[in-house]
Write a protein that binds this ligand. Structure first.
Ligand SMILES: Nc1ncnc2c1ncn2[C@@H]1O[C@H](COP(=O)(O)OP(=O)(O)OP(=O)(O)O)[C@@H](O)[C@H]1O
Length: 263
């Protein structure tokens, strides 16, 4: 293996980040934070509200720079928009005036693929996320869960090596959410990419991830890392009844309860 192939997909090396607001006040969002995510690994980040979870994702994209320390992606410093990184956030990133097909084809076309070829590829991805009959529909004609499927197809079509997800399913009802989590695991399992998934939902974190990073209240430090040794493939509706799942969720709840009491 080459030098680069051995590097972690994402690396935070003793990172601190301080925001200075217009009135000169400083907010330390992250302090002495170190972590590494391997290629193909699924990481979930949980922590109290406002501790710095989204800030962490913004540093991976290069939108925010650490005040101290280094963030590396595939062994290199983050510089500008990186086509290897994909995102799915809570708000849908679909273009309302474009059909599902045109939404999903947008990424490849932006990268220079011919329209006919991009549409063919998009049709394949639309079918994979179970929306085969909805290619000509517009986002407002779809349910929230269907729009999330569009967002997943729109992202996975670009074959991201790193996928950043910030509470992507939190606006969905429980049942749709469970379906989308299964969908995500299936797409991720075939992709070989790394995922960093930010969520408030401890059970979602455990059910999806290889490792769960628990952050402390602000300024966020890495409080605990849990290796989630539940076997894969996991089925969302079943995994939550596994005794090991219940044990892990109790431990993480305790970690977070301590943080809430302290602040
Ligand atoms: N651009 C900014 N300028 C000043 N402060 C900021 C800025 N961005 C974030 N912060 C502060 O940094 C802290 C961390 O914010 P962040 O959004 O990362 O938290 P979070 O853990 O994702 O929150 P939540 O769980 O509520 O989504 C917050 O206190 C926030 O107010």
């Amino acid at each position: 293996m080459s030098e680069v192939a051995n590097k972690p997909a994402i690396e935070f090396d003793d990172v601190s980040l301080r925001f200075i607001s217009q009135d000169g006040n400083a907010t330390v969002a992250l302090r002495n934070f170190s972590m590494a995510a391997a290629k193909g690994e699924f990481i979930a980040i949980v922590g109290p509200t406002g501790c710095g979870k989204s800030t962490t994702l913004n540093m991976i994209t290069g939108l925010l720079k650490p005040t101290v320390g280094q963030v590396r992606v595939m062994g290199g410093t983050v510089a500008g928009i990186d086509p290897r990184i994909g995102f799915v956030f809570q708000a849908d990133a679909v273009f309302p005036w474009r059909s599902v097909l045109d939404n999903v084809a947008a990424g490849p076309m932006f990268r220079g693929m011919a329209k006919a070829q991009a549409h063919e590829l998009a049709r394949d991805w639309i079918a994979r996320v179970g929306l085969g009959k909805f290619g000509q529909h517009y986002p407002h004609q779809l349910s929230g869960g269907m729009r999330k499927r569009v967002a997943l197809a729109q992202t996975f079509i670009n074959k991201p090596e790193i996928l950043l997800m910030d509470e992507p399913f939190s606006a969905l009802d429980m049942q749709t959410r469970t379906l989308m989590q299964d969908e995500l695991l299936s797409l991720w399992g075939q992709s070989g990419g790394s995922v960093v998934f930010v969520t408030h939902d401890i059970e979602e974190a455990i059910a999806l991830a290889d490792r769960v990073f628990v952050l402390s209240a602000r300024p966020a430090r890495l409080k605990q890392v849990y290796q989630i040794d539940l076997p894969r493939p996991r089925v969302m509706a079943e995994v939550r009844y596994d005794p090991r799942f219940i044990e892990l969720s109790k431990q993480i709840w305790n970690d977070l309860r301590d943080e809430a009491v302290l602040h």
